[in-house]
Design a protein around this ligand. Structure first.
Ligand code: NAI
Length: 270
């Protein structure tokens, strides 16, 4: 999809971080924006930002795992661009992840975007459009220490690849966006069991200039990828490089990156 002018884009998770920046980038391209999120205050702030770009915005305060609420939304919003961005993260070894944490992250990060796509497919098929599923670099390569998160994001990448093929004859493009670490409010929600929050904060802030990209850069790269109808976007260079290493030699990838990072997580959790 090359032209977003005067269409509607629905962005789940649009009240914060990557979703907010994607909503603003799409608004600058000429789209009206429907924002769906749990965070009522954040929704209103982003609505004002979208309107200041000169586009219309509507806000929909809902939990993406609530199927009735998503069904009701599909009756009033008819987007040509659908962005599944709402998500949560859990940093924990598999053995330290509770069944409740597994259920919640699978529901929010995987089951919900699948359901959102299903609900909006009929209207997308009418006029064609594009689905952007925000997965993660953890959906391309698992580093250890975030097994539940990686499981959901691998699932979302696989789902996106499959529906991308199924929908190609219907004028609907599908892009799985796989960002590297991105500096958003999600960073503040990260905790590692057994590791002091203050220490983690200092570590993350020290790593920020080297390891993190910004949601603005990611949003710009995403718009470019959608215009080119790319099925997959790995962002940044480091994400592309590590993914290449993994494809060339899964064992080298595991020994060079996976094991050391997992060891670090284990030390931090002790
Ligand atoms: P964020 O925490 O800034 O934004 C996430 C938004 O999703 C929040 O506004 C939150 O209220 C909303 N949300 C969460 N659960 C929801 C639910 N059940 N129903 C409705 N809304 C819900 O986080 P960020 O960083 O912008 O993350 C956005 C997406 O990008 C997520 O899917 C995340 O997994 C993915 N991602 C983030 C990376 C990062 O380093 N920040 C890296 C790779 C992927």
């Amino acid at each position: 999809m090359r032209d977003f002018s005067n269409c509607t884009a629905l962005v789940t998770g649009g009240a914060s971080g990557i979703g907010r920046c994607l909503a603003l980038a799409l608004a600058r391209e000429g789209a009206d924006i429907a924002l769906a999120d749990l965070d009522a205050g954040g929704l209103e702030r982003v609505r004002a930002e979208v309107e200041s770009v000169g586009r219309r915005a509507s806000t929909h305060c809902l939990d993406v795992t609530d199927r009735e609420a998503v069904h009701a939304l599909a009756e009033v919003v008819r987007p040509r661009v659908l962005v599944n961005c709402a998500g949560i993260a859990i940093m924990a070894l598999a053995e330290n992840t509770s069944p409740e944490q597994w259920d919640r992250i699978l529901a929010v990060n995987l089951r919900a975007p699948i359901n959102v796509c299903a609900e909006f497919l009929p209207s997308l098929k009418e006029r064609g459009g594009h689905i952007i599923n925000v997965a993660s670099v953890d959906g391309l390569l698992a580093l250890g220490g975030s097994s539940a998160y990686a499981t959901t994001k691998f699932g979302l990448v696989g789902y996106s690849e499959a529906i991308g093929i199924e929908l190609s004859g219907h004028g609907i493009g599908v892009t799985a966006v796989c960002p590297w670490f991105t500096w958003t409010p999600m960073v503040d929600s990260i905790s590692i069991q057994g590791y002091e929050r203050g220490k983690l904060d200092r570590l993350l802030r020290a790593a920020k200039p080297v390891l993190f990209t910004t949601p603005e850069k990611l949003a710009a790269a995403t718009i470019k990828a959608v215009k080119r109808n790319k099925p997959l976007l790995a962002h940044t260079f480091l994400a592309k490089f590590m993914y290449l290493v993994k494809r060339l030699s899964p064992r080298l990838f595991r020994d060079l990156f996976g094991k050391p990072i997992c060891r670090l997580m284990k030390i931090m959790s002790e």
